[in-house]
Structure formats: structure tokens, C-alpha cells
Design a protein around this ligand. Structure first.
Ligand code: PGA
Length: 261
């Protein structure tokens, strides 16, 4: 794992945008794995700004999102499809037909999950997968105890996750407790993984991911097994790590290598 510790959330977003820009420069038709939540918003704003300045293009790219609520139509303002359209896709030069989000309104969710796996494979697999992390270490909606080999499927959200996301729903509004999510095995097949974490509320999950044992209790800890996973943290998210000085030393050394990012 590559651990990058930066001073501010803005620097985390900018580092993430550079990583996406590098990927698209190297392969304009990249298959990108995307995430929702509050963490990626600043990164998405930076990508939009670069596209609007004409220095970045998604015209040939395709995307697959990690997850979606089960039981929400794509037009529902809290659906992740709606989130992606609003926060990213409609501001980019991407063809909406090349953006995929699991179908939360599918009549047969299991079939939809299988179709999603198939579509990822047909596209040639994900080149760069963006991840956030839950306070309990979840990635996508793979909550603690998820099989580390799981594929796209229906998952129950923990009460804590439901509570953490309650702020997005109106009082009395239906809030799903089920989701469709790429599995951990699915995520692990991405060629490169970029996990962003900011703020103190993520510090314990980051610690368990980087310095804890590999365990289903902290799904993100599986990234210890990925050959190309980068964790980009602000100081607050890195605040519970024991070996900060060592990670910073490695990064300084890496800077000296050509094409290090
Ligand atoms: P957040 O969510 O970016 O809103 O903190 C991340 C996640 O739960 O995966």
C-alpha cells in the first residue's frame, strides 16, 4: 500500500484529480470505478473544473459506480445515480450511456447484480477504482463481516451506516436499509485503487486498514493484499497511525523516482 499523507482535504482532492488525469492521459478510454459520499465531492469539483478548462476529457471513458440503494428509482434525489449525475456526469464531456450505476429499482436485484459483474468484465475490467471508507471500515456498502471474496450483491446496511446517511433524507422519508454493491472481490480486481479519507472520524478505520490485521471486521484491510492501492489521507484521517514518519519517509524517497505518482 502506498500511504500519502497531505495537510488538507483540498490537497487530497487535488492529488486524486491528478491521479485520474494521469490515468486518462495514459488511456483516454479508461474504465473508471467511482464512488459517492461526501469525500469525493471535492475531487469531482476539481475534475469538472479541469474538463471545463479544456485540460482533461472523459469523452472516451466509461464508469462503473460502486453501489446504489435498493428501492430507490434513479430519479430519486437520494439515489446514487442522481448524485452522480448532479455532482459529476452532467458537468463532464462523458457520454451518459457509458456511465453505469447498479440498478436500485431492478425487479430482480440478484439478476441486476450478476448483469453488473458481467458488464464490468465485458468492458475489460476497471482500470482505476476510487474508494471512500466508512467509519467502520466499509468500502462500497461492504459492511464489516462481508466476505473478502464477495461479488456484486444485495447487502444490508449497518444501523450506523443508515444513521450516518440519515442527514441526506427528509424526516419521515423512506430510507433504504438495503443496497446493491460491488463485492470486495470485484473491487480487488481493479488494476489500481485510490482510497481517499479525510477528517478525524475516519482515523480509526484508516488505522485498522493500514496497521490492523487483514480481517472482514475491517473490509478495507483487504487493500493490504492489492498490488496497486494508494491511500490518500489528510492529517486528521492519518492521526491514529503509528508509523506516520515512516510513510512520509517512503513518500519522500518515492518522489525521487521517475513517474512516481
Ligand atoms: P463519506 O462516506 O465520504 O460520506 O464519509 C464514505 C463511505 O461511507 O464510504
Amino acid at each position: 500500500m502506498k500511504i500519502v499523507i497531505l495537510d488538507t482535504p483540498e490537497q487530497v482532492a487535488s492529488y486524486g484529480a491528478d491521479r485520474f488525469a494521469d490515468q486518462l492521459r495514459h488511456k483516454p478510454g479508461s474504465i473508471l470505478g467511482l464512488a459517492t459520499g461526501s469525500t469525493p465531492i471535492a475531487l469531482y469539483e476539481e475534475l469538472i473544473s479541469r474538463v471545463q478548462r479544456g485540460v482533461l476529457s472523459f469523452a472516451l471513458a466509461s464508469t462503473f459506480n460502486l453501489d446504489e440503494y435498493l428501492g430507490l428509482e434513479s430519479t430519486h434525489p437520494q439515489s446514487y445515480r442522481y448524485f452522480m449525475n448532479e455532482h459529476l456526469f452532467r458537468h463532464l464531456d462523458i457520454d451518459l450511456a457509458n456511465t453505469a450505476v447498479p440498478d436500485g429499482a431492478a425487479r430482480d436485484p440478484m439478476v441486476a447484480c450478476e448483469a453488473y459483474e458481467h458488464a464490468i468484465q465485458q468492458a475489460g475490467g476497471i482500470d482505476l477504482q476510487l474508494l471512500g471508507i466508512g467509519r467502520n471500515g466499509h468500502i462500497g456498502f461492504n459492511e464489516p463481516s462481508s466476505s473478502l471474496a464477495s461479488r456484486t450483491r444485495v447487502k444490508t446496511l449497518t444501523p450506523d451506516t443508515v444513521k450516518a446517511n440519515q442527514r441526506f433524507f427528509d424526516e419521515g422519508e423512506f430510507q433504504p436499509h438495503l443496497s446493491l454493491t460491488m463485492g470486495i472481490g470485484t473491487i480487488m480486481e481493479a488494476r489500481h485503487i485510490l482510497l481517499l479519507a479525510t477528517g478525524e472520524s475516519k482515523a480509526m478505520a484508516v488505522r485498522a486498514t493500514v496497521e490492523g490485521p487483514l480481517a472482514a471486521r475491517c473490509p478495507a484491510s483487504i487493500l493490504q493484499m492489492h498490488p496497486s492501492a494508494t491511500l490518500v489521507l489528510d492529517r486528521a484521517a492519518a492521526s491514529q497511525l503509528d508509523d506516520v514518519a515512516f510513510y512520509q519517509y517512503i513518500e519522500q524517497e518515492n518522489q525521487r523516482l521517475p513517474g512516481s505518482r
